[in-house]
Design a protein around this ligand. Structure first.
Ligand code: KIV
Ligand code: ZN
Length: 515
């Protein structure tokens, strides 16, 4: 049995960011990229540089920060996209341009309005242009899952001749079935005459819940790169989840004759960071990173695990980073212990002043909450992130009254563009009253699509982590906030979302039809 390397290509910062509401700031992308580097991901797709000035700057910053992983930028098969990606990546230690064009009849005819011959010509042209910037060029045949295999063979042979070193086969709409997709990969590797000059890769979406199964079928049939995201984040139902793929290949090494370079003990930390930054909570029963993934509820299971762990556990919780002996900080913890723990969690302070600001927030929290866990620290860091968004609206104070048989009321003071304004309202509950009081001042016109509360750690003194999602004029924005008082956490999340909504954003979608 051979033991090939399976390249892990993480696209949390690009396809993951295409989840409605998951957009990240430059600083947030850099923090996640550092965590991915620690995880020893081979390739980090940092964004789509032509999409917006913000995304260009983010890809550039990631390229200038990361040294151990290759940093990749996405580009449609267009001069402007490729040149912008080349520019964003020019200072990368190792950079890759990922260019793509659609190859399925439905996309070529209705989206691109191009003939198959024109698509081949454009694909070859794009790869050659990308090669002017780097030797590391990936080509994707968008909607390959619904493309004709003969045509895929023709395109792939041409782009490999033009200099593509990775050939990616995306199941863009999540339509494939595992046995079919595996067979497609096998056929492509057998039939493309110059297949040996490129690595075959897959990029599966999860519309039918099969993204991981399809990717694994491809690996069994010779794919040696998988594109995936932390927590399975991504467009619509998401992408194949990195943690599930990596642990499947590792746990079933008897089936997969390949290995990844991933430091699996970093998985949980990275998952929590992505969840905190995007506001996308991880469902408790999510494989590997869900809070219950290693919890044994039933008496029979508990008894079995106590006698011999292997009776019901196929992986060890600590191998994916669920630590048993984690250090708990509290109000007597000093600056040094605090700094050390945060460094272990992947946060470095550039200056003493930065440390002091977060340390003082930590002390405030420790006054309210006896034990401070890693999860609390992650949230604290997310809230204190350096390049915070411009906070035009700030919460100065909030008072809510809620009593059995009475209508809840909220009174608050906001600072809006540095001016203090009072608002009040009644509501069906304290959170509703607080939100109406905020709106009595701001009148945002935004539609609240989602409100969710999760406890960050266990116990009644835990912080509540609130996520809200707004829609306004077609834009979808998430807001998040944490506090030991969930009404205050709710107000913080609402205001955070409004501040994000107030930031102007002009953004292109990669799969828009202008090739
Ligand atoms: O899903 C897809 O086809 C993509 C490509 C840009 C690789 O995300
Ligand atoms: Zn995708």
């Amino acid at each position: 049995m051979s033991n090939d390397k399976l390249i892990i290509f993480d696209t949390t910062l690009r396809d993951g960011e295409q989840s409605p509401g998951a957009s990240m700031t430059k600083d947030e992308k850099v923090r996640i990229a550092k965590s991915l580097e620690k995880l020893r991901v081979d390739v980090i797709e940092a964004g789509f540089p032509i999409a917006s000035v913000g995304d260009f700057e983010a890809v550039k910053a990631v390229a200038e920060t990361i040294t151990d992983s290759t940093v990749c930028g996405l580009a449609r098969a267009l001069d402007s996209d490729i040149d912008r990606a080349g520019e964003a990546l020019k200072n990368a230690n190792s950079g890759r341009i990922h260019t793509f064009i659609a190859t399925s009849p439905i996309h070529m005819q209705h989206k691109l309005r191009m003939s198959p011959d024109q698509v081949v010509e454009q694909a070859v042209y794009a790869v050659k242009r990308a090669r002017n910037f780097t030797d590391n060029v990936e080509f994707s045949a968008e909607d390959a899952g619904r493309s004709e295999i003969d045509f895929l063979c023709r395109v792939f042979e041409a782009v490999i001749d033009a200099g593509a070193t990775t050939i990616n086969v995306p199941d863009t709409v999540g339509y494939a079935m595992p046995w079919q997709f595996g067979e497609t990969i096998k056929q492509l590797i057998e039939r493309v005459p110059n297949a040996d000059k490129a690595i075959f890769s897959v990029h599966c979406h999860n519309d039918l819940g099969l993204a991981v199964a399809n990717s694994l079928a491809a690996v069994q049939n010779g794919a040696r790169q998988v594109e995936c995201t932390i927590n399975g984040l991504g467009e619509r139902a998401g992408n194949a989840s990195l943690e599930e793929l990596v642990m499947a290949v590792r746990t079933r090494h008897d089936v997969y004759d390949c290995e990844t370079n991933i430091d699996t003990t970093q998985i949980v930390t990275c998952s929590k960071l992505v969840s905190n930054i995007t506001g996308f909570a991880v469902q408790p029963n999510k494989a590997i990173v869900g809070a219950n993934a290693f919890a044994h509820e039933s008496g029979i299971h508990q008894d079995g695990v106590l006698k011999s762990r292997e009776t019901y556990e196929i992986m060890r919780a600590q191998d994916v980073g669920w630590s048993h002996n984690r250090m708990v900080l509290g109000k007597h913890s000093g600056r040094n212990a605090f700094r050390t723990r945060l460094e272990e969690l992947g946060h470095k302070f550039d200056t003493e002043a930065e440390l002091n600001i977060v340390f003082s927030r930590f002390k405030d929290l420790a006054d309210k909450k006896h034990e401070i866990f890693d999860e609390d620290l992650q949230v604290l860091m997310s809230e204190s992130s350096g390049e915070a968004l411009q906070e035009r609206i700030k919460l100065i104070s909030l008072k809510v009254c809620s009593e059995t048989g009475e209508t809840p009321t909220a009174e608050l003071v906001l600072s809006v563009d540095d001016e203090e304004v009072n608002g009040s309202s009644i509501g069906s509950g304290p959170v509703d009253a607080a939100y109406k009081a905020i709106e009595s001042i701001v009148d945002s016109g935004a539609h609240l699509q989602l409100y969710s509360v999760n406890n960050i750690t266990s116990g009644t003194d835990a912080q509540g982590d609130v996520t809200v999602r707004f829609e306004k004029d077609g834009r979808i924005i998430n807001g998040s906030g944490a506090d030991t008082d969930i009404v205050i956490a709710s107000a913080k999340a609402y205001i955070n979302g409004l501040n994000r909504l107030l930031e102007p954003e002009v953004r292109e979608h990669p799969q828009a039809a202008d090739v």
